[in-house]
Ligand binder design. Structure first.
Ligand SMILES: Cc1ncc(COP(=O)(O)O)c(C=O)c1O
Ligand SMILES: [Zn+2]
Length: 418
């Protein structure tokens, strides 16, 4: 039984645009205006029960924030121990960038090595509890990986749709879980359009489509953890990679919830939320630069495939939130992505994928342009592991660091000049 008054923490769904309310169901768009639907919580009931102590008494995973996730207490969750990833004080990278309080949230430490485990754990748990037997998704790679793993864990069928030109690392680490893997000859936006048609016909829970309102809520745990790991304080700024913009929107919700529920000091300033894109797929950055909220679709062409969404569904909300919180949207070149993967590895011992290269690239670009004075608490979300896109850096080995020698002392001494 739930400890909440009437036993329910989720009381419905609401359209983000027109406010029309709906009962809880597997749907993501408003019938009135086609706006996106969000989960509505009974915050009065949650406020009475949530505290730093109740959270600390929870599991060492993202499920310690269950009061702010859309799964009632009696629902068994599908978990692989996702979340509660390290928040690292990046002293060496910070020194290079002139930031004394730079932190990295290393979400590549999740079970399938990306932040998608957070959202998928919520989505698959919700879907199974609501009678779905098949999980689907349209994915740029990391979501496919997580859906395949969590469906296996739950004993559910999975249909995973990906663009056929995805990185081999992502394909292997998805296929091993034996989902139905559908490689579509097209880009992500075409894959997503196909899945939006399939969802009308098949009784499946598509994580990023019909169960998106629940799925998306899982992203909030990144912010809850960050605040808890900072001693229940909000950072001054968070740098976030943008694909669809889904997680960016939920980070705004999460920081608002922490202020409203008194989990951080009353009157805490919201962090500036800053978005990162690759110039090779930068629809949100383009709109930001133009000073408009109208995000025009682009055709992606970047090595940062996991964030290569040309038509981002939450793009205009990202712009609104960046502006509201004092953040910005910035973008980096392909070369900067690779340089930044190397910079992070060299200074902090963290190997991130190309999406992480985008985040660190934007962080570095803003720091070098003088955005911060030096004492601000800045957090970068490193959302995926480098082995997923190893080819991006394998193609250009670090200069001057590789020696091939005979298995003799002589050869070592001759070749390695130390
Ligand atoms: C590693 C990584 N980072 C960030 C994102 C961006 O997520 P969103 O679509 O919520 O903007 C993705 C999306 O697939 C991703 O795979
Ligand atoms: Zn509406």
């Amino acid at each position: 039984m739930s400890g909440l008054g009437n036993g329910r923490r989720v009381i419905g769904m609401r359209c983000r645009e027109c406010g029309t309310e709906y009962p809880v169901q597997a749907t993501h768009v408003c019938e009135m205006c086609f706006g996106p639907l969000d989960v509505v919580y009974d915050y009065d009931a949650i406020r009475k029960r949530i505290s730093h102590r109740s959270i600390a008494a929870g599991p060492p995973s993202m499920w310690r924030y269950r009061d702010l996730l859309p799964l009632e207490d009696e629902v068994p969750v599908v978990t692989l121990g996702e979340g509660f990833t390290p928040l690292i004080h990046a002293e060496r990278l910070g020194a290079e960038l002139g930031l004394r309080n730079l932190y990295l949230k290393n979400d590549s430490m999740n079970p399938t090595n990306s932040f998608k485990d957070r959202v998928v754990s919520v989505a698959v748990s919700w879907a199974r509890a609501h009678g779905f037997e098949t999980i689907g998704c349209a994915s740029t790679g990391n979501l496919a990986n997580a859906v395949a793993a969590y469906s296996a864990r739950a004993g559910l069928e999975a249909f995973v749709f990906i663009p056929s030109d995805l990185e081999p690392g992502k394909v292997v680490s998805t296929s091993v879980f034996e989902p139905n893997l559908i490689a579509v000859r097209g880009n992500y936006d075409q894959v997503n359009r196909l899945c939006s048609q399939l969802v009308e016909t098949y009784p499946w829970a598509f994580c990023n489509i019909n169960v998106r309102p629940f799925y998306a809520e899982g992203s909030k745990t990144l912010d809850f953890e960050t605040a808890e790991q900072l001693g229940w304080r909000l950072p001054d700024e968070i740098v976030i990679p943008i694909a669809s913009g889904c997680q960016f929107v939920k980070h705004r919700r999460a920081v608002g919830e922490m202020v409203d529920l008194g989990l951080v000091e009353a009157g805490s300033r919201l962090p500036a939320l800053t978005g990162a894109q690759a110039l090779g797929c930068a629809p949100v950055y383009n709109a930001w630069k133009e000073g408009t909220e109208t995000v025009l679709p682009v055709k992606p062409n970047t090595i940062a495939k996991s964030i290569a969404i040309g038509s981002p569904s939450d793009g205009s909300y990202v712009i609104r939130i960046a502006r509201e919180t004092g953040g910005v949207v910035e973008a980096v070149t392909e070369e900067e992505i690779i340089d930044s993967i190397r910079l992070l590895a060299r200074t902090e011992g963290i190997f991130t994928e190309t999406a992480g290269g985008v985040t660190i690239g934007v962080l570095a670009k803003l720091a070098r342009a003088g955005r911060w004075k030096g004492d601000e608490v800045v957090v970068a979300y490193v959302t995926g592991h480098g082995l997923k896109t190893a080819d991006a850096v394998a193609a250009a080995p670090s200069p001057g660091r590789r020696f091939e020698i005979e298995p003799t002392l002589k050869s070592f001494k001759e070749s390695v000049n130390i």
